[in-house]
Write a protein that binds this ligand. Structure first.
Ligand code: IPM
Ligand code: MG
Length: 376
């Protein structure tokens, strides 16, 4: 029987719709090649919708919840006060759908220029697993005497054993399918309470995975080691805010935000996982064809891996990697092809079966399938 997956498509704002369209063209090709099917429900949300209706996540929650996976473009618009869409939509989805692990591969693809002199693809292949529902992102805090010289702001970071345990356990299982090394990244010398809890959990969960070597790096030292000795890292597990920051650095190392991608994984099957490029909505270039759809298409590869279509996932990643290597630049008119042309070229490689999957010596996509929970 042909497998069918229900995909909720959330194009969002700015360049979101055009890069998601590229991913959907590639999905068409993958279905034709690999013999599975999807139903796609396009969900309207984002800045325009919010400005017109005041609606954020509440109104689409149930619609999204019914899907097997959510393919997300981007959200953000200068007309909307910063924080409204981020907190009111993206973080609501991550938290209410218990998308506990934000998986962000940092890999230097062959032929893609990196600003790090001398770095080679063999030396840069890691996965950063960012805790995705707690820490400073719970949005708790208070301000007294706001707007006056006596203002006081308290911002809380919430860390629970259960919340850390679920993401750390996932990171260990991911490491088991890879090079068997897990690095905790934190700031235990300053954030002592949270740091000790993270270390306790890593030690206790790690006892269940004796094959995996564990290591610890402070987040500031991480900013030094990540670009200079990326070969030191296989799976890195870290707090929400640290993960937010170091994955932007990771994106720079791998060539830029155009190639960086992520999976927001629900680990217990209670709700769908969500797949998105790391870049924002880039309203300044929306509609110009200057956006690189690679990040969105690589998020499609992660989605296919998660859904159990490992072969299709590998083909999509391989085709994307091949086309990335052909581009003289990773963004803007200097790419030599526009958004649609890049998507079409990747789709054609997938459809023809000519993508060279040797380019994806991957222990991520297959492992994602093995780690995916079954939905209800
Ligand atoms: C990311 C983004 C988001 C975050 C924003 C848009 C809420 O920076 O996915 O890394 O801070 O998590
Ligand atoms: Mg970020």
């Amino acid at each position: 029987m042909t497998a069918t997956y229900a995909i909720a498509v959330l194009p969002g704002d700015g360049i979101g719709p055009e890069v998601v369209q590229g991913a959907l063209d590639v999905l068409d090709a993958a279905e034709a090649r690999f013999g599975f099917t999807t139903t796609r429900n396009e969900v309207t949300a984002g800045a325009n919708h919010y400005l017109a209706t005041g609606e954020l996540f509440d109104e689409v929650e149930e619609e999204l919840r019914g899907a097997d996976a959510v393919l997300f473009g981007s959200m953000g618009d200068p007309r909307v006060t910063p924080g409204i869409l981020e907190r009111g939509f993206i973080l609501e989805m991550r938290q209410r759908f218990a998308q506990a692990a934000n998986v962000r591969p940092v890999r230097l693809y062959p032929g893609v220029p990196t600003p790090i002199a001398g770095l080679t693809p063999e030396r840069c292949d890691m996965v950063i697993v960012r805790e995705n529902t707690e820490g400073a992102y719970v949005g708790r805090g208070s301000t007294v005497h706001a707007g006056t010289p006596n203002a006081v702001a308290m911002q809380e970071s919430l860390n629970t054993y259960a919340g850390i345990e679920r993401v750390v356990d996932f990171a260990f299982r991911l490491a088991l399918g890879r090079r068997k090394k897990l690095t905790l990244c934190h700031k235990t010398n300053i954030l002592v309470a949270a740091g000790q809890l993270w270390q306790q959990v890593v030690a206790e969960v790690g006892a269940r995975y004796p094959e995996v070597e564990t290591d610890y790096v402070h987040v500031d030292a991480m900013c030094f080691h990540l670009p200079l000795t990326p070969e030191r890292f296989d799976v890195v597990v870290t707090d929400n805010l640290f993960g937010d920051i170091i994955t932007d650095l990771g994106a720079v190392i791998q060539g830029g935000l155009g190639v960086a991608t992520s999976a927001n994984l629900n680990l217990d099957g209670s709700a769908p996982s969500m797949f998105e490029a790391i870049h924002g909505s880039a309203p300044d270039i929306a509609g110009t064809g200057a956006a690189n759809p690679a990040g969105a298409i690589l998020s499609l590869a992660l989605m296919l891996g998660h859904l159990g279509e490992g072969e299709a996932a590998r083909a999509v990643e391989a085709a994307t990697v091949e086309v990335l290597a052909e581009l003289p630049a990773l963004a803007g008119p200097a790419m030599g092809m526009n958004t649609t042309e890049i998507g079409a070229r990747i789709a054609e490689l997938v459809r023809s079966g000519n993508a060279n999957t040797d380019l994806v010596p991957d222990s991520l996509l297959g492992t994602l399938a093995a780690l995916a929970p079954s939905r209800r």
